[in-house]
Design a protein around this ligand. Sequence first.
Ligand code: NG6
Ligand code: CA
Length: 516
Amino acid sequence: MNAHKLRSRQLILFFMLVLSGFIVAAQTTKTATDAASGSKPPNIILIYADDIGYGDFSCYGMTAAQTPHIDRLAQKGLQFTSGYCSSATCTPSRYSMLTGQYAWRKRGTGILRGNAAMIIKPGTTTLPSILKKAGYKTGVVGKWHLGLGDGTRPLDWNKEIKPGPLEIGFDYAFLMPATGDRVPCVYMENHNVINLDPDDPIVVSYGKPIPGEPTGITHRDTLKMDWSRGHNNAVINGVGRIGHMKGGTSALWDDETMADEFVKQAKAFIDRNKKERFFLYFATHDIHVPRIPHPRFVGKSGMGPRGDALVQFDWCVGQLVEKIEQLGLAEETMIIVTSDNGPVLDDGYKDQAREKLGDHKPAGPLKGGKYSFFEGGTRVPFIVAWPGTINPGRSEAIVSQVDFGASFAKMTGQTLQTDAMPDSFDVLDALLGKSKIGREHVVEHARRLGLRKGNWKYIEPQPQPKTKKKPKGKPMLFHLNDDLGESTNVSGKYPKKTEEMSQMLQKIRRDGRTRP
Ligand code: NG6
Ligand code: CA
């Protein structure tokens, strides 16, 4: 063999080595993705209930009515007893879940009006943007309530509206823009209101009434469901709402068929994307007020509209599970069911939620509910099912919805940048039932902040106006093992523990982040 031939052989060998190196590297990356979960990352359906409490499903102790579809899902999956949303109301919980940042860190993330600007800036790392990066088709169907548009000018509902979900990581959106009790009472698909007649444009006002339009005050005796507080501006479909609205008659939603519509749109999204990996954020209106379920659910719970809306929610869950099973995707799909905040009875309409409650305890053994810094405000039902991968059972691990971002980044083989999702922890092993330990602590947010660490729960004293020197009121401390119902404040008995928790919460505030 001459020197030239030898050199070219050496060269070929060298290239083969380099090439095999690449193949090994590529395989390592792929296995890294797979190794995180033990198998290929699944489709994800995140079913997000509105105002459903810790005790509102039969698998979480409700006996007054049954939620068979949710129970079946829970039997196939992991049922968490310490699963949290981040705040005791809707907008901040949704903000935290999608951005991985506690909402109380950011101004303007309280309950939004129906014409508010979007509070998540395009360019922010979000739950959908993480999954989109991993190749998922991402969609949102249902309640948004995170604002729309950039706030530079008032929203014009008759034109294209941007930015919205499509600008922060979703490929598709079918929305109720704010809440069921807020105008405009129309559906949007991607950037536009649907079924709108240009000759009957939508006018929305969150200030003055619109002259000539009926309101819940002027036409109170015509209402299908009377209001108890607020909810007396525009009358849409015989129900008083928050905010004034005129026009858009052909685009108005129908309250009774809203759940059916969302299920239909969710199924269509799944059908369109069944051959690829998809993430569906399915945010129901149920069981928020006004509670006007379809007639086929009326009377089914024996607890009036609130209970009937719960039965309707259970039906929605059953529909999506069935769809996935029909497509043969059960073992490739993770389904999560959880809620945006704790339960409430009278939330502004006379719908007999209290009168017909009987013995049912919407927050189960917990104290408080929606708007509350006690456990009932933010500890919510939390079910994660992925047949074939997650072993069925119960988990006491502390997990929060704010963790979905970091956990699913891990599941799809991604590393979050340091400044992204500052409060999102990777608790994937806990979500998959491989670990009994989730996060060490979680901040609970209502009017004040609470901190749960292990089985201790601390609630800060009422913040005082800046002019006063020292905060008035007392901090609260509970030991949840002995006192899950937060009935006995033991801060006097454990002053050191109280101080330690207070310091810790102050540090969490100061640091601007909790993820290392
Ligand atoms: C309150 C509303 C309540 C509900 C809540 C938001 C009144 C009197 N109360 O201001 O009905 O809409 O806001 O709920 O108007 S949430 O689940 O979207 O946070
Ligand atoms: Ca809510």
